[in-house]
Design a protein around this ligand. Structure first.
Ligand SMILES: Cc1cc2nc3c(=O)[nH]c(=O)nc-3n(C[C@H](O)[C@H](O)[C@H](O)COP(=O)(O)O)c2cc1C
Length: 373
């Protein structure tokens, strides 16, 4: 019954709604969905209707990771709920947790428009928001008013304010530290994710080499009071990526989110022509291969030391299962939901239970890293 309802909603979305939505500016659509989601989340009865339509629960999907209970492994990735407006409605849509942000110490209005561009043939989006957000103080104040009763872990993604002053090493470290300290003081969030890999910011990604990351983590380690994850770039060669992992382990980082957007606009997975005036890096299917290869290698070498969150190009339960069997304990998505519809989250959870049953696993935790055994 639930499955039929999800199929129906998915059909209506893909055949009816999406062709209309895809005619509008993607940022306008994103803002409209955020407004509607925020409104729906305010009323208990609306949350309960959405829950009935969208959410799928099963005990096989429950896991405790880093002391945090996750009712299912599917999270909303950073960048969709930039300002923490959707935390009330996301559990109803079926998510197991969410990554709010990326938030920065100072608010930022975003890079010049257009900063989102759809790639329909490639199943991706070119993103150039440049860490647009309301700033950490406004966002934690909003999170404090959260109403949802279900266990729904929130990770706050923390970045470096996108401005000239934070482009230097000291300026950058201080800004990250101040952003994290403000989150810690607020008591909000169940874990933190340090975003070192936003490709669209002033001064680039200075903390994606071992020695600079070391300087950053030395300082952040002093402030963090909850599990800390790192959001990783996906375009680094393995030896450089590995160096970052070793620094992460040295400073007690709990895990890594693999990973961020694809900076290589020449990637053969990109089938659309991207106009020259469209700046930014690519989400969705063009991140799939790079993210999967890095999950494999990270699990093989550091699976005992780091929890892996697998992100990039998840459009189905099979896709999520693939990342889990490669070594991810949790997954996240954005682009799949935009292309397939919001019922995708429940469909993935439903499909994962079927795949676990097929393969004889009692709980999702038994499938993590199955390819490597
Ligand atoms: C519209 C949009 C905004 C994003 N903004 C952020 C961000 O603020 N911080 C971040 O760490 N990643 C950001 N990302 C990257 C996503 O979190 C994710 O790593 C990437 O899109 C791959 O997942 P997907 O293929 O499921 O979209 C953004 C992605 C999209 C599509």
């Amino acid at each position: 019954m639930w499955w039929l309802m999800a199929k129906f909603i998915g059909g209506v979305y893909r055949l009816g709604l999406k062709p209309v939505l895809f005619r509008f500016d993607p940022e306008v659509v994103h803002d409209r969905f955020t407004k509607n989601g925020e409104l729906l989340g305010k009323q208990a009865w609306m949350r309960s209707v959405v829950t009935r339509l969208f959410r799928y629960d099963h005990p096989k999907l429950n896991q405790t990771i880093a002391g945090i209970l996750f009712t299912n492994p599917v999270g909303l990735s950073a960048g969709f709920d930039k300002d923490g407006r959707l935390v009330n409605i996301l559990p109803a849509v079926g998510f197991g947790y969410s990554q709010v942000g990326t938030v920065t110490k100072q608010a930022y209005q975003g890079n010049p428009k257009p900063r989102l561009y759809r790639l329909p043939k490639s199943h991706g989006i070119v993103v150039n928001y440049g860490l647009k957000n309301d700033g950490v103080e406004a966002i934690v104040a909003r999170l404090r008013k959260r109403q949802s009763a279900q266990p729904f872990p929130i990770s706050i993604s923390i970045g470096k304010t996108n401005c000239r002053a934070t482009a230097s090493m000291t300026g950058g470290v201080e800004d990250y530290k101040a952003g994290l300290a403000a989150v810690v003081d607020s008591g909000m969030g169940d874990f933190y994710t340090i975003n070192i890999s936003c490709p669209n910011t002033f001064g680039g990604e200075p903390f994606t080499n071992g020695s600079d990351l070391e300087q950053l983590l030395q300082q952040l380690e002093k402030v963090a009071d909850k599990p800390m994850f790192l959001k990783m770039p996906i375009n680094l060669p393995w030896p450089e990526f590995k160096q970052l992992l070793e620094v992460a382990i040295k400073y007690g980082v709990t895990g890594v989110v693999i990973g961020n957007l694809n900076k290589n606009r020449e990637d053969p997975a990109i089938k659309d022509v991207i106009p020259a005036n469209i700046k930014g890096s690519v989400s969705g299917k063009p991140t799939w291969r790079l993210s999967n290869e890095l999950i494999n290698k990270t699990y093989q070498e550091y699976g005992k030391d780091l929890v892996i969150i697998g992100v990039g190009g998840i459009f189905s339960a099979q896709d999520a299962y693939e990342k889990i069997k490669r070594g991810a304990s949790l997954v996240q998505l954005i682009t799949g939901m935009i292309f397939q519809g919001p019922q995708l989250v429940g469909e993935i959870n439903f499909g994962l239970v079927k795949l676990l049953e097929r393969d004889g696993y009692r709980n999702i935790s038994e499938a993590i890293g199955a390819y490597h055994r």
